[in-house]
Write a protein that binds this ligand. Structure first.
Ligand code: NAP
Length: 440
């Protein structure tokens, strides 16, 4: 039997995810050697404070604060420190020294993916980041490899567990946003500063990564239109529920054939609260779970579901990348990590195709519905559903009328212009909600 070679693995960071990766590397060394075709030896763990308490008991001599030296002696580097620097410089140093890199750092990949990929391609090493999108869910490899012989047309992702938990709480208990956020913080699903999650920035990083791999074009964070969930009210949730919808924060990447300049194809990449029919498969994604729904020309509809965060689940995705990178070293075949020959431009939000749900408080006068319908028609927006509810006082006098409209798919710019025009009608008391709708 031939002796397996040994590959040195440097781990940068030993927090929630890093500590679980270290545990698996030490506990499952035999299994990993079988799968990788090489022994994966944990050569060291770089942290800020070598005496800090850890979630997992690990040999003290593995810890160092000298990440640079650790990286230079490694065949494989796992970056789980987070943040931009020094993570970025250490990854570049690792690749220049011939090491394959695995990272879970979505912020860095979304911000500076092109530089990292160029360096990886130039050095002939693998750069992989399955853990950066939707934690444990294998989604980037299926998009990059399994669907490489197909054409993806649309991706819908629930890729932030914190916001899904908050929206699910609001939906199931009727809570206001602030109360649902406080509950998420109490249970450890939301950070003390929840901005990156609730304002959609974390989901936007993941949307850029999903769009880049799905449409073979490098999309940057600034290509992603982003709206968070902090302005979603209990009244929005209740109205959505009443109309048969659930509100989810979706990351959407969609190819539109005649939406770019001069009628060329483009990709709309966006993150915003979205109404989904309650019977849509993504509507069943509850609590802090994640899911990604893909539509492809030949495969049709696919859905991937699982835990989007957490130490051990995320470590599972990291280990998959690590074994794959180790195999590439053993076989001396780094392979192509991604292709960027698609060259489709990112579209502005106004070019997106979507449906709108519009809630209106209107005067109860004859002809109101006709005037509103006429305005929609003038803007080229067709109405799919229009429902009126009359509110009466104790003496059965009409107090106001509530109108709920769901449109057919139309250009976002036309829908936004329609809403603006509706606001100008003298029969409108107020526009109570405007939300985008998918899956109808
Ligand atoms: P974490 O718990 O905050 O751990 C970060 C670790 O990195 C700590 O051990 C810290 O050292 C070390 N570190 C930070 N800055 C350093 C520096 N300048 N030099 C040396 N070491 C440094 O983070 P995490 O939750 O495990 O997340 C790690 C990465 O995975 C992030 O990019 C995150 O976005 C990504 N990710 C996390 C999850 C999740 O569920 N947590 C899911 C998907 C992706 P000390 O311990 O000494 O402070």
């Amino acid at each position: 039997m031939t002796e397996l070679r040994t590959l040195k693995v440097a781990l940068l960071g030993c927090g929630n995810v890093g500590s679980q990766v270290a545990r698996i590397l030490l506990e499952d060394a035999g299994m990993l050697a079988d799968r990788a075709g090489a022994r994966l030896e944990l050569s060291g763990i770089a942290v800020r404070n070598i005496d800090a308490p850890r979630d997992v008991e690990l040999p003290h001599e593995l810890f160092t604060t000298d990440a640079e030296t650790l990286v230079k002696g490694a065949d494989l580097v796992i970056e789980l420190m987070g943040g931009i620097e020094p993570a970025r410089s250490l990854i570049l140093t690792a690749m220049r020294n011939g090491a394959c890199v695995v990272t879970g750092n979505k912020a860095l990949v979304a911000l500076d993916g092109p530089t990292l990929h160029e360096e990886a391609d130039g050095a002939g090493v693998q750069l992989s980041y399955e853990a950066a999108v939707a934690g444990a869910i294998p989604i980037l490899r299926p998009i990059r490899d399994s669907l490489s012989g197909d054409r993806i047309t649309r991706v819908l992702g629930i890729v932030n567990g914190t916001t899904n938990f908050i929206l699910d709480q609001m939906d199931s208990t009727g809570a206001q946003f602030a109360d649902a956020l406080a509950e998420a913080q109490r249970l450890g699903y939301a950070e003390a500063d929840p901005t990156a999650d609730v304002e959609g920035h974390d989901a936007a990083s993941k949307a850029a990564i999903l769009a880049s791999l799905s449409f073979h074009t490098r999309f940057a964070l600034e290509d992603v239109y982003c709206e968070g969930i902090s302005s979603v009210s209990a009244a929005d949730i209740a109205a959505a529920k009443d109309a048969g919808f659930v509100i989810k924060l979706l990351a959407i990447a969609e190819k539109l054939e005649d939406a770019g300049a001069a009628g060329t194809a483009g990709v709309s990449v966006r993150v915003h609260p979205t109404l989904l029919p309650r019977e849509h498969p993504m509507a069943a994604v509850r609590g802090a779970f994640n899911a990604v729904f893909i539509e492809a020309e030949n495969a049709g509809e696919l859905m991937f579901y699982g835990q989007g965060a957490g130490g051990a689940p995320t470590a599972s995705a990291v280990m998959g990348d690590l074994v794959s990178a180790a195999r590439s070293i053993v076989l001396d075949c780094p392979g192509r990590t991604e292709t960027t020959t698609g060259q489709v431009p990112a579209l502005p939000i106004g070019a997106a195709m979507t449906s709108y749900y519009i809630g209106l408080d209107v005067a109860d006068q004859p002809g109101v519905l006709a005037r509103i319908a006429q305005l929609f028609a003038e803007h080229g927006v067709s109405i799919e559903i229009m429902r009126q509810t009359i509110h009466r006082d104790a003496g059965s006098k009409v107090e106001s009328a509530e109108l709920r409209i769901v449109t057919h798919r139309a250009r976002e710019a036309a829908l936004a212009a329609t809403v603006e025009a509706v606001k100008g009608l003298d029969v409108i008391n107020s526009v109570t909600s405007v939300l985008r709708v998918e899956g109808v």
